[in-house]
Design a protein around this ligand. Sequence first.
Ligand SMILES: NC(=O)c1ccc[n+]([C@@H]2O[C@H](COP(=O)([O-])OP(=O)(O)OC[C@H]3O[C@@H](n4cnc5c(N)ncnc54)[C@H](O)[C@@H]3O)[C@@H](O)[C@H]2O)c1
Ligand SMILES: COc1cccc(Nc2cc(C)nc([C@@H]3CCN(C(=O)c4nonc4N)C3)c2)c1
Length: 482
Amino acid sequence: GIEFAVADLSLAEAGRKQLRLAEVEMPGLMALRREYADSQPLKGARVAGSLHMTVQTAVLIETLVALGAEVRWVSCNIFSTQDEAAAAVVVGPNGTVEQPSGSPVFAWKGETLAEYWWCTDQLFDFGDGRLPNMILDDGGDATLLIHKGVEFEAAGAVPQATEEDPEEYHLVLETLRESLGRDTSRFTRIAKEVRGVTEETTNGVKRLYKLAKEGELLFPAMNVNDSVTKSKFDNKYGIRHSLIDGLNRGTDVMIAGKVAVVCGYGDVGKGAVESLRGQGARVVVTEIDPICALQAAMEGLDVVELDDVVERGDIFITTTGNFDIIMADQMAKMKHNAIVANVGHFDNEIDMAGLAKIPGIQKIEIKPQVHEWVFPATADREAHSIIVLSEGRLMNLGNATGHPSFVMSNSFTNQTIAQIELFTKQGEYTTDVHVLPKHLDEKVARLHLDALGVRLTKLTKRQAEYIGVDVEGPYKLDHYRY
Ligand SMILES: NC(=O)c1ccc[n+]([C@@H]2O[C@H](COP(=O)([O-])OP(=O)(O)OC[C@H]3O[C@@H](n4cnc5c(N)ncnc54)[C@H](O)[C@@H]3O)[C@@H](O)[C@H]2O)c1
Ligand SMILES: COc1cccc(Nc2cc(C)nc([C@@H]3CCN(C(=O)c4nonc4N)C3)c2)c1
C-alpha cells in the first residue's frame, strides 16, 4: 500500500473536486499531459518533491505521474499545506480512502519544525532500496539535506550544533545523525543516483549558486525561478491578483480615493501598484533604485520618501524583499485606522517587534490575521489605531489564498519541462546551475495562449530574417528584459 502521513484521508473527495477545477485553470500542465501521453518521458523517474502541498501542486504531481514518473512529496513550508489537496494526492484519481492508489505525501498544515524535517527525510526511500533520481525543490531544503548528508557521511560523524546555530539547524543535524546511525552511505548513494534538481524560488536558487561557486554542487540544477514565464507571473501578476483580494477579505475598506503607499517598485511593487490603481486608489511609491524610481515617475506615480507621506497615507504595502521598511515610530504617526501590510519578504519588512514594544500599546484581534494596534494617548494626540494584516507576514497568503491556479500553471509548466530536460538529457547539463533555454520559456507561454483565446501572428520567413530570428523563435536575445 501507499505510505503517507497527512492530516485526514477522508478529505480526499473534497480535494478531488478542487483539483478538477484547478485543472481547467492550469492549461499548460494539461497540455503537457496530452503532448507526452504516449512518449512517457519521465518513465523511470523517481521524483522527490518539496513544494507547498496545495491544490495547484497536486495538479503538478499528477502531471509528473501522467508523464511516467513515480513521485513522493512533502511541503516546503509548515503552514502552506492544504490538507484536502494532500489527501487527494494520496488517494489518487482512481483510488478510495480504503484503497489509496495515488502518490506518497508526508505533509499537513501546522507541522512542527521537527515534524517538517521528519517529513523531508521520508522523501528519499522509494521502497525496495530504490532511491530518488530527481529532486523538485522550493527553497532548497531537500537539496540541503542531501548535501549536508553527503558531507557528514564522508566525515563519518554529524557535528554538534552550536548555540549560535538557529534552532532549525539543530533539527537538520538531528535528522542527519539518525540517518547516519541507520546507514553510513545513504545520502552518498542518493547524490550519485540524482540526475538533477529543479528549484522554484529566488532563495533556493541563491543557495544553489552558492554551492556551485564553492564547487560543492553534487548534481546539475535548473533555476526555474528565473524563467520569464515563472518570475514575472509569480511576482507581478500573482500579486496584482491577490493584493486587493487580501485587502478586501481582511478589511473590506473602500480602496477607491484612498492614498496608497507602495514601498518598492520592482516586479511585486509594479503588480501591487496596478492592483491598487485598478481600484481607484491614489498611489505613491518609495524606491532606492533610480531606474525603478524613474519608471514609477514615467507611470505618473509620485516617488516620495516614506516620512513625507506617513501621516497622509491610508494604506501602506511593503514589497521590497528588504527589512526594516516601515518602523514602529513611523506607524505611530499614521492616520487613525491606517492599514499596513506586507507582500514582500517573510516577516521583517514591517517592524512588528518594535511595534509590540511601544509602552502601553494594545493589540486587538479583529478576526484571524487582522489586528488593530492601539497607540495610547500622548500629550499631543489622543489614542489612535492602525490595522496590521497577517502580523506583517505575506498577507496574500494569510488574508487570501496565495496565487491563483493560472499563475501556478505557468510556474509548474516550467517545473515539468525542467524535470524532463534534466531527466532525459543527462550529460547535456553540467554540474552547474542552468536556466531553461528561451525557446522552452516561450513554449510555456505558448501552452497558455489557447486557454486565453489568444491568436499569435506568424512571422514570414523574410520578416524573421529581417529581425534576425527563426520563424519558430526564440524571438529575443538572452538578456532581453520583458
Ligand atoms: N507574496 C508573494 O506571494 C510573493 C510573490 C513573489 C515574490 N515575493 C517576494 O517579494 C519580494 C520582492 O520581489 P521582487 O521580484 O519584486 O523583487 P525586486 O528586486 O524586483 O523588487 C524589489 C524592489 O524593492 C526595492 N527596494 C529595496 N530596498 C528598498 C527600500 N529600503 N526602500 C524602498 N525600495 C527598496 C528594490 O530597489 C527593488 O526595486 C521578494 O522578497 C520576493 O520573495 C512575494
Ligand atoms: C494560505 O494560502 C496559501 C496557499 C498556497 C501557499 C501558501 N504558502 C506560501 C508560503 C510562502 C512562503 N510562499 C508561497 C508562494 C507564494 C504564493 N504561492 C502559492 O500560491 C502556491 N505555491 O504552490 N501552490 C500555490 N498556490 C507560493 C506560498 C499559502
